[in-house]
Design a protein around this ligand. Structure first.
Ligand code: NAD
Length: 287
């Protein structure tokens, strides 16, 4: 039987509708409008698209969104100054710096400068630590989106072997940290570019999460029959978006799979809205 498709677009829409309803209630009861400030440096075409999609999603859900566009020539000091201003602006609840930044800028220093209570991307070390300890303030949007998809799709996780391919600070590491938390209870393996015989490791996965950044890296023969496959990858190949999993081959082996596009991507944006709403509530001590 071909794999069931886990429809990220539909699940994301449910989350966005929930955010929209709660935002409307917040505005009605308190006058507070959750506000996301996005910072875009330079004109990387993919980043332009991501930022535009985030802005549009905010507006549709009733959140305020402002975009700070800076030229490629922006200095580290200029960017730090803008972050400091946004940190101090009481009307701003979430700050997002679109990555990647131009090479001459130090992303770590920039991300560390964001006030942890406005860090809706959850990249600040304080938020990483809280999440790791199982008491998250914000959860990084992409891994949070994956967890939501597993929950809504009723994928059993307790005692299951989850294999995460990729160890980035944005996806792979937090993904593994969430899967191992009490209540989720997966047994987790992280694979990376130096893992020996990655196919053999993947074939033991009940849940396989691919965040590699290599088009169709995961082949059908790397999957255990009946595995649940979550494809985080977004790769542009000849103007077409392709995931990190060979979708057609995987469909014949897996029990469930996320498509690209229409899988994890829309979930990431939905979780960003959720984090911004949460931040607005927390800043005004409403939850
Ligand atoms: P990254 O480049 O920071 O990390 C990739 C990871 O893959 C690294 O940890 C590396 O060790 C591992 N890797 C590289 N080559 C490998 C190999 N041959 N074998 C095994 N592991 C290997 O990328 P990232 O930011 O984690 O993103 C991964 C993918 O997810 C990209 O395609 C990116 O575009 C996509 N992404 C999607 C979303 C979304 O919303 N859907 C969000 C973030 C990233």
């Amino acid at each position: 039987m071909p794999a069931q498709i886990i429809d990220g677009k539909a699940i994301a829409e449910t989350v966005r509708n929930q955010v929209a309803a709660e935002t409307q209630r917040l505005i009605r009861d308190t006058g507070i409008v959750p506000h996301l400030a996005a910072v875009l440096v330079g004109n990387d075409p993919a980043s332009e698209v991501y930022v535009r999609n985030k802005e549009r999603a905010c507006q549709k859900a009733g959140l305020r969104s402002t975009l700070h566009r800076l030229s490629t020539a922006t200095t580290q000091a200029d960017l730090l100054e803008l972050i400091a201003a946004l940190n101090h602006d009481m009307s701003v609840h979430g700050i997002l710096v679109q990555l990647p930044l131009p090479k001459h800028l130090d992303s770590t220093q920039i991300l560390d400068a964001i006030l942890p209570t406005k860090d809706v991307d959850a990249f600040h070390p304080e938020n990483t630590g809280l999440m790791l300890q199982g008491r998250p303030r914000f959860v990084p949007c992409t891994p949070a989106g994956v967890m939501k998809m597993l929950e809504v799709s009723k994928v059993p996780t307790a005692g299951r072997h989850a294999v995460v391919i990729g160890r980035s600070d944005i996806v792979g590491k937090p993904m593994a940290a969430l899967l191992v938390q009490k209540g989720i209870d997966a047994t987790v393996t992280i694979c990376h570019s130096r893992t020996a015989d990655i196919g053999a490791v993947c074939r033991t996965a009940d849940i396989l999460i691919a965040a590699v950044g290599i088009p169709e890296f995961v082949k059908g023969d790397m999957l255990k029959p009946g595995a649940v496959v979550i494809d985080v990858g977004i790769n542009r190949v000849n103007e077409r978006l392709v995931g990190d999993v060979d979708f057609v081959a995987a469909c014949a082996v897996a029990s469930a799979i996320t498509p690209v596009p229409g899988g994890v991507g829309p979930m990431t944006i939905a979780m960003l809205l959720l984090n911004t709403l949460k931040s607005a509530r927390m800043m005004h001590r409403l939850s």
